[in-house]
Ligand binder design. Structure first.
Ligand code: PLP
Length: 424
């Protein structure tokens, strides 16, 4: 008997009474590598990617994986081998892409605070595009490029001022956000960019937020961006590529985001209707490529009944799974081998000394100490946001491919967490 637990995620399913990822029993992963451990399904990542590829069939389009969602080298390798470029936000991410075999020309560099040193390195290796976010950054990039006798390829990240209807911390395209140049002043900034000798204007981009579950904000942002492209080109500045960013949501808890191919069917229809159908397109998906491809396995350490609440204390914590503490985010939590019998209402929490250290509240679970739980939808913004708080070593990570389990990150020892520190 096979029973999938997340709609549309055939790669994570119960086979009999064992939760499996592809052809691997997750209890075997926990036994072999210990807990907490993150497991990612390669087939699930590639199937998420293929939805975008189907959507763009026959178009000039490049998918840049927004690697801050999950930046493990082996995950990057999977996407590089599948033809993806990368959207990076730091010099550290640049180093990772290169270590994973990504091609410099397929790298785009986003972020509001690029330093001169980061710009210099990116120019030296010849990245595809800088997504510039302010007038001040434009001036600095021009200086750095001139000092290297190069022309930096630039796109301006425009803030289209549309509401993505998501959590405020992951809304990025509203007037009050720190990201991008204002729609109203974008033409002026383009004229400035075109006049600077160290820059070569190649595109325009936007990224309106994350965990977006409706098509409307994308359609609105596209209209706003295309209006601008018309104005910018009328001013004599050709726009070679249009980059619509990332942000498509995933199903965490009955969320119903559009499928990537269906979303792009609608967006491309608008693009065609407005006469921009033959443009070079770019996108920067992160969460939607990896989020539901990953689980975090964690052992129940104690069951602690309380007067008001019962607690299930697990060996993963907010340092491993920061999304609940940061955004009150929801992750489904399921046992690897469900017990028969009645469930209890429990708060699933970690051992960290913070009341914010909870992973799931008011969950119906029938568990005992020693059981292993799977925290679902843990492929994006979990390990990449993890920390060593409470001197907890980061979890191990494995990549599952059919019957094979590859260790792709060692569990951190305590020594590693204080390596580089010095007694005086
Ligand atoms: C984070 C980010 C993305 C990816 O967002 P997802 O919601 O993970 O798809 C894309 N572009 C930029 C500029 C980002 O900062």
């Amino acid at each position: 008997m096979t029973a999938t637990i997340l709609p549309g995620q055939p790669h994570i399913a119960y086979q009999g009474s064992n939760l499996c990822m592809e052809n691997v029993k997750l209890s075997d992963v926990a036994a072999q590598f210990g807990t907490p451990v993150f497991a990612y399904s390669k087939a699930s990542m590639l199937s998420a990617l293929s939805a975008y590829q189907r959507g763009f069939a026959g178009r000039k389009a490049q998918i840049h994986y927004a690697m801050k969602a999950n930046s493990n080298l082996a995950v990057l390798q999977v996407f590089a081998q599948a033809g993806c470029g990368f959207d990076i936000v730091s010099g550290g991410e640049l180093a990772r892409v290169l270590a994973a075999g990504g091609h410099p020309s397929k790298i785009i560099f986003s972020g509001v605070g690029k330093t001169r040193a980061e710009m210099k390195h990116a120019l030296e290796i010849g990245i595809g595009c800088f997504n510039v976010e302010s007038d001040a950054e434009l001036e600095v990039l021009n200086e750095v490029a001139m000092s290297l006798h190069k022309k930096a390829p630039v796109s301006l990240r425009v803030n289209p001022n549309v509401d993505p209807k998501t959590h405020p911390y992951i809304s990025t395209g509203l007037k009050g956000n720190k990201f991008g140049v204002a729609h109203e002043s974008a033409l002026q900034t383009y004229q400035r960019a075109a006049a600077l000798p160290g820059l070569h204007v190649v595109g325009i981009d936007c990224h309106i937020g994350s965990q977006i579950t409706e098509a409307t904000p994308y359609l609105d942002a596209m209209d706003r961006i295309l209006d601008l492209v018309t104005d910018i080109e009328a001013a004599g500045i050709p726009i070679h590529h249009i980059d619509f960013g990332g942000g498509l949501g995933i199903n965490y808890n009955g969320d119903t985001p559009p499928a990537a191919d269906q979303l792009w069917h609608q967006l491309l229809a608008k693009l065609d209707a407005r006469g921009f159908g033959d443009r070079q397109l770019m996108i920067e998906p992160g969460r939607s490529l990896v989020g539901n491809a990953g689980v975090c396995l964690s052992e129940v350490v104690y069951i602690k009944p309380g007067e008001q609440k019962n607690f299930c204390i697990i060996d993963a914590a907010m340092n491993d799974l920061p999304r609940p503490a940061m955004y009150q985010a929801f992750h489904q939590i399921v046992p690897l081998s469900p017990r028969t019998g009645a469930a209890t209402l429990l708060d699933v929490v970690g051992p960290v000394c913070e009341s914010g250290d909870w992973i799931g509240r008011d969950r119906e679970l029938n568990v005992k100490a020693g059981d292993i739980l799977a925290v679902l939808s843990a492929g994006a913004y979990c390990m990449s946001m993890s920390s060593n708080y409470n001197t907890r070593g980061r979890a191990a990570e494995v990549l599952i491919d059919g019957h094979q389990v590859h260790l792709i990150r060692d569990r951190e020892t305590a020594q590693i967490t204080f390596q580089g520190e010095h007694l005086v």
